[in-house]
Design a protein around this ligand. Structure first.
Ligand code: SF4
Ligand code: SF4
Ligand code: SF4
Ligand code: FES
Length: 939
């Protein structure tokens, strides 16, 4: 049975003007601009269709949807005909039936009649329509010229293209353009010869296709079909859940045969994605059942011992005993834990509770430390909340889109597509990035300005923009007077107005011409609704928090906050990075960002948890490593984060892990960190989890189990059992019960429950008595902290400067097909797109070093060296090199340094002074690493 949603044929229209008409004698009222087809569908009247689908604009090519309208000649297509007041439409008449059968006859006369063996048998609109119009014969025969022998394209790892089944409805072409914004497909040729073509008659893999699946989703026939469906057949039930990759938080239907996933289809009602997806969520879920998964607990006395598979009871008892032994020997504060942004809110909550209540300290931190902790700090200072201000939908009303330090089409692809759509509609784009990301110029999208600043100069550039706004009288005085603290504004305005912050002064350090800075400032301040979207290119700097506050200053000064189309919006990295922060993962904060040192707050938790909590904030991740190297921190529980690979200055992290007496890793795979572990506790994949993720727009989405946990236990049960074994009894009967406790203790989650989420789909926090259905746009009537705070953001150059020995600056980022350290995506067919990380280097820098494209090169910083292949690229300017970090063997973090954000210690991944030279062999650490991996594989 198909798991498809109702298809209304054409997109919904928003209008205050309503139109009433009759269809088949029934009175129907719809917004002005609605098509006759959609009006009928909303009333439950189904009109046959092939080229129409409700996520694409009507096209009117198949002629199957014709209707009769009283007073009009002919039989207009209902998909392209808008409703008018008093219109009387008939959808089923003898004449229409005859015409529709004629249309279908033509289609079927050029279609292979292999329905019984076709992979989409039962999920084919052509088949459905043949039935709907009562097709009983095909008078034209199959002997004439036809397309039934056209060759298949199986180049894409996830779907096939079988042109013999194509009806040239153009849904795929339109989906690729309208929804995805890639424009990889065209209709080549005319009339009978017209055919769908990826690029210039290339294969899908050779074309611009980014494998988002929108065309596959749109195709009404078996022409574009998932290989998983060809292999397994159609699903028999589905479960709505949430993607486990990035912070967009797309909703999917996991289409199932029993406990086997046969396809993931983006859910039309998903608040974040509205039916769209990217290659990762749509196709790269195979890691969940990959042979590398470890599903049984394992222990070992020392890290050179082989792992021993044990029962859960033995593993928990062993872990508890080792942690307690460490505490007895080295003190209560000698152990701690790291929560994961890959796990659910409920799983994060129980881990931080275990640490605070059972470990008896606040040594809890989260992987957000190394990505968006400056967002939490900066936005809380400025606005009073550690979260983005808008929902994704808000971008549809933006006139100016300023993207800084983010690469949405690779890092947050579904939102990137939405953003591109808005730009195609006319919004102006400003990109601030050292690298020429795709958004700067791609089909039908071109940035009005690309400020190609030197890595590390974000604050200088933001201050220069503010300088122009203040000195050219572009401040929104009314907004500032009403919403912000006047004394702080005056102080800030005086600061940015100083000549040292002028574009002319900043041009030299930033490398951005003064006139470009002035033009961007004017455009941002005067171009209408202006929205800022930013990513790790802002936060992962020594002044990450300062940059976040500088952006908040710009938004407040121009009144671009508190309504749709504006705001300051972090594009969060991991699926639940917002949630892991919300759930009290920082050492100084309990859930909802409330201070652990605040007696009133702490006493609330103590009363519910029945425990005495330490009022002193605990160690952050880098402090844990430092203390471990110094001998004071000896035990670590780390959940779903591969710190040995993902944290900066790998050598230091390895030294810290080696110095510990008890390392407990909870993960899907024996990751790099597990090489240092004494206890391995298997985790569950998103397909097994029951709980919630919170995405970048504060949207709390349900994660529902499509299959039982392969480990035999829910992941939230493990910390509960470990806490209990350590002497603090902790028990829940369900994930829902954990959410109820979160809601009871967290004002912004007060109105959240699984029952509500199941009823309404998703909500954006704050969700409480004041906002029972959630809060899509924050700070609408006033800032959460009261008056908005302008903070003086002095530019302090990073100590990491290019020098004679390290003359280039390395910056890092992600690619679409992979995710973080690649633990999941490397275990899928996504490796077809990016089998290795490469170093992008400008032709001039390469030539100076005798480096050719594809050469093995050594990348060395003052802390370490690694080798990888070079890619000559004009995306990076002279003096800047760039790499991704998806493959452990690349070891990008071997070269990154211990420099960090002054406020949050978020590492400065984005600026490392390096030298690049030709090489003919792997670095020493890579040889050692290969030996470790071989040993792990042998187990
Ligand atoms: S491939 Fe599918 S969607 Fe595209 S034109 Fe052919 S039938 Fe239509
Ligand atoms: S998979 Fe996506 S990018 Fe590729 S052709 Fe289809 S719609 Fe376009
Ligand atoms: S955009 Fe992000 S959340 Fe959506 S499918 Fe892709 S990886 Fe998953
Ligand atoms: S569905 Fe209306 S013309 Fe094809």
């Amino acid at each position: 049975m198909s798991q498809n949603d109702i298809d209304y044929g054409t997109p919904a229209r928003q209008s205050a003007t309503l139109v009433t008409l009759t269809i088949d004698g029934r009175r129907i009222t719809v917004p002005e601009g609605t098509s006759v087809m959609r009006a009928a569908a909303e009333a439950g009247i189904s009109v046959p269709k092939l080229c129409a689908t409700d996520h694409l604009e009507a096209y009117g090519s198949c002629r199957l949807c014709m209707v009769e309208i009283e007073g009009r000649r002919g039989t207009p297509a209902s998909c392209t005909t808008p409703v008018t007041p008093g219109m009387a439409v008939w959808t089923q008449t003898d004449r229409l039936a005859r015409l529709r059968r004629g249309v279908m006859e033509l289609y079927i006369s050029d279609h292979p009649l292999d329905c019984l063996t076709c992979p989409t048998n039962g999920d084919c609109e052509l088949q459905d329509m043949a039935g709907a119009v009562g097709l009983r014969q095909v008078r034209y025969g199959y002997e004439g010229e036809n397309h039934r022998a056209a060759a298949k394209d199986e180049s894409n790892p996830y779907f096939t293209f079988d042109p013999s089944k194509c009806i040239v409805c153009s849904r795929c072409v339109r989906a690729c353009g309208e929804v995805q914004g890639t424009f990889a497909l065209t209709i080549d040729g005319r009339g009978f010869d017209s055919k769908v073509s990826p690029g210039a008659l290339e294969s899908f893999m050779d074309s611009e296709c980014v494998s988002c699946g929108a065309c596959v989703q749109a195709c009404p026939t078996a022409t574009l079909t998932e290989k998983s469906i060809i292999q397994n057949g159609q699903s028999e039930h589905s479960v709505v859940t949430t993607c486990a990759y990035c912070g967009v938080g797309c909703s999917f239907k996991a289409e199932m045969q029993g406990t086997t996933v046969v396809r993931m289809t983006p859910w039309k009602d998903g608040g974040a994605n509205e039916g769209h997806s990217c290659v990762k969520g749509r196709f790269a879920w195979g890691y969940a059942t990959h042979q590398d998964r470890r599903t049984q607990p394992m222990i070992r006395k020392i890290t050179s011992d082989p792992w021993r598979v044990v029962s859960w009871d033995e593993a928990i008892a062993y872990a508890a005993q080792r942690l307690k032994a460490v505490q007895e020997k080295h003190g209560r504060g000698s152990i701690g834990g790291i929560t994961s942004s890959r796990t659910t809110n409920e799983e994060v909550y129980v881990v931080q509770k275990m640490i605070r209540a059972a470990f008896g300290n606040n040594n809890v931190d989260t992987c957000a430390r190394v990505c968006h902790s400056p967002t939490g700090y900066g936005l809380k200072q400025a606005f009073g909340t550690s979260a983005g201000t808008q929902d994704f939908r808000s971008v549809d009303q933006a006139d100016i889109i300023l993207v800084i330090g983010a690469n949405p089409t690779d890092g947050h692809p579904v939102f990137g597509s939405r953003m591109k759509k808005r730009i195609r509609q006319g919004a102006k784009l400003i990109v601030v990035d050292p690298r020429r990301i795709d958004l700067v110029r791609s089909p039908h999208v071109e940035a009005a300005h690309h400020l190609q600043l030197r890595p590390g100069t974000n604050v200088a550039v933001l201050n220069a923009l503010a300088h122009v706004i203040v000195t050219e009288g572009l401040v929104n005085d009314a907004f500032v007077a009403e919403r912000c603290d006047p004394a702080e504004f005056a102080q800030w305005a005086a600061f940015v107005a100083e000549p040292r912050n002028s574009p002319e002064a900043i041009a030299e350090p930033s490398g951005v011409p003064a006139e470009d800075l002035r033009a961007v400032a004017r455009l941002y301040a005067t171009g209408g609704n202006a929205a800022i979207y930013y990513g790790l290119g802002v936060t992962e700097h020594s002044q990450g928090s300062t940059s976040v506050m500088a952006m908040a200053n710009l938004a407040m000064a121009t009144g671009n906050i508190g309504r749709p189309g504006v705001g300051v919006n972090p594009l969060r990295g991991q699926n639940n990075v917002q949630g892991s922060c919300d759930m009290g993962s920082f050492p100084h904060e309990l859930t909802g960002y409330r201070d652990v040192a605040d007696d009133t707050v702490r006493h609330q938790f103590e009363a519910v948890w029945n425990a005495t909590l330490d009022p002193v904030p605990g160690l952050r991740i880098p402090n844990m490593f430092d203390e471990a190297v110094h001998g004071a921190f000896k035990g670590l529980y780390v959940q779903g984060e591969d710190i040995a690979q993902s944290d900066p200055n790998t050598q230091h992290v390895h030294a810290a892990l080696q110095a510990m007496e008890c390392v407990i890793v909870q993960d899907l795979f024996l990751n790099e960190t597990a090489a240092f572990a004494h206890v391995f506790l298997p985790g569950t994949s998103f397909l097994e989890k029951d709980g919630t993720f919170t995405n970048a727009e504060r949207r709390i989405n349900r994660v529902r189990p499509a299959m039982p946990p392969k480990t035999g236990k829910h992941e939230w049960q493990i910390p509960c059992e470990l806490a209990s074994a350590m002497g603090y009894p902790m028990h829940y009967d369900s994930a829902s019960e954990i959410m109820d406790e979160i809601a009871a203790l967290t004002p912004t989650f007060q109105g959240v429950s699984f029952a509500k989420l199941d009823r309404v789909g998703s909500v954006q926090w704050p969700c409480n008595e004041a906002a029972p259905e959630g809060t899509p746009i924050m700070h609408a009537d006033g800032f959460m902290r009261g008056k908005g705070q302008f903070v003086v953001t002095e530019y302090v150059p990073t100590p990491e400067q290019a020098s004679r020995f390290y003359p280039l600056i390395l910056t890092t980022g992600r690619i679409l097909s992979h995710y973080n350290v690649g633990a999941q995506t490397r275990r899928t067919a996504n490796v077809a797109w990016h089998p290795e990380d490469r170093l992008e280097i400008h032709a001039h820098d390469a030539e100076q070093r005798g480096i050719r494209d594809g050469d093995l090169i050594s990348l060395a910083s003052r802390v370490g060296a690694t080798t990888l292949r070079a890619q000559i690229s004009d995306r990076v300017p002279q003096g800047v090199v760039y790499t991704t970090f998806h493959h452990p063997v690349t070891g990008a973090n071997v070269v990154t340094t211990e420099n960090a954000d002054w406020a949050t210690q978020c590492p400065e991944y984005k600026v490392t002074a390096v030298q690049v030279t030709r090489s003919n062999q792997p670095a020493d650490w890579q040889r050692r690493h290969a030996a470790v991996i071989d040993a792990a594989a042998a187990e």
